[in-house]
Design a protein around this ligand. Structure first.
Ligand code: ZN
Length: 313
């Protein structure tokens, strides 16, 4: 049983990382990454300690050509009993596709905080996206999988601007009725700040307990790491990140991408919060993946010298 909200222990010495590179990291890249390279990215992520990873999204391939090979990626996933493969889905059709692969362990549904973004991203209203997300969580459970939900544009919308914290809270309460594994707050366009993150994570966490809060930040305006820190201090225990910091949003041009896995791991581990990931292996993967993408990746830590230096050990 969960402890009463008032006695929730905000101190933590570990956080669970969810690697979103193969999905969010790639979905908006102009370069078409091959199925083989996606699978190599997944294999290298697992070798670096990742145990939960967004393998693909099951969306309309005309809308998101980078994810057209979702089924092929799933067919090639390493068979690992200790890894949770997540399939992102926006509707019943996507959920059925993900379940049919037989390789996805968890469905991730997306509810959008505003009507403007919900219509542009998935052709439905904000309320409609909440209903569909509830349905997806139920479909996952009926198929013997787990299901979780993300509240997208929770910190701001590219079309409607500010998003009320009460709106996000109401959505979280509605989603909680479907009893998802967790509910994530996503700063899809990277406009969040640590003060608001602290408030919103706290209020949502208290409202949906014992369902945990996950967070998903984009570093569009440089606040990504500060937001991760604020969220963890406010009681979020699961953090999305993308290897190398890739990951734009079609509605957030110029976006710097998701917070980089390497940078989040460096920050948290230096601060005494374990992530279970191997920083040196992540940096090595960054170098390999930069070659695949033909460009330097946004992550900061991989550009700097290792610290502490190996000779000082
Ligand atoms: Zn994202």
């Amino acid at each position: 049983m969960a402890e009463p909200n008032s006695s929730y222990d905000l101190c933590t010495n570990s956080v669970e990382m969810v690697e979103v590179g193969p999905r969010d990291g790639l979905q908006n890249e102009a370069l078409a990454v091959s199925t083989a390279d996606k699978l190599e990215l997944i294999r290298r992520s697992l070798a670096a300690g990742v145990r939960r990873i967004e393998a693909a999204s099951f969306v309309n391939p005309r809308a998101v050509p980078q994810m057209a090979d979702a089924e092929a990626v799933c067919a090639g996933l390493p068979e690992r009993g200790d890894v949770t493969y997540i399939g992102l889905v926006l509707n019943r059709r996507g959920a059925e596709r993900a379940i049919a692969t037989g390789r996805i362990d968890q469905l991730g549904a997306v509810a959008v905080a505003t009507d403007g973004f919900a219509m542009a991203n998935q052709g439905q209203t904000s309320d409609g996206s909440v209903e569909v997300s509830q349905e997806i969580v139920a479909l996952a459970r009926a198929a013997g999988l787990t299901g979780q939900a993300t509240i997208s544009a929770a910190f701001g919308c590219p079309f409607e601007g500010e998003v009320g914290e009460d709106r996000v809270l109401a959505m979280a309460l509605a989603l909680a009725k479907a009893d998802p594994l967790e509910i994530a707050l996503a700063d899809t366009i990277g406009v969040g700040d640590p003060g608001r993150v602290q408030r919103l994570v706290t209020s949502v966490r208290e409202a949906i307990a014992p369902i945990p809060v996950r967070v998903h930040f984009h570093n569009t305006r440089g606040t990504g790491l500060a937001n991760v820190w604020a969220a963890v201090q406010a009681g979020a225990r699961v953090v999305d990140a993308s290897l190398g910091g890739l990951g734009g949003c079609p509605f957030a041009p110029g976006a710097a991408g998701n917070v980089a896995t390497e940078d989040v791991v460096y920050m948290l581990e230096r601060a005494g919060i374990a992530t279970g990931l191997d920083l040196a292996a992540l940096v090595e993967t960054n170098r390999w993946f930069a070659g695949v993408m033909g460009k330097e990746l946004p992550a900061m830590v991989a550009k700097a010298r290792a610290f502490p230096p190996a000779s000082a050990k």
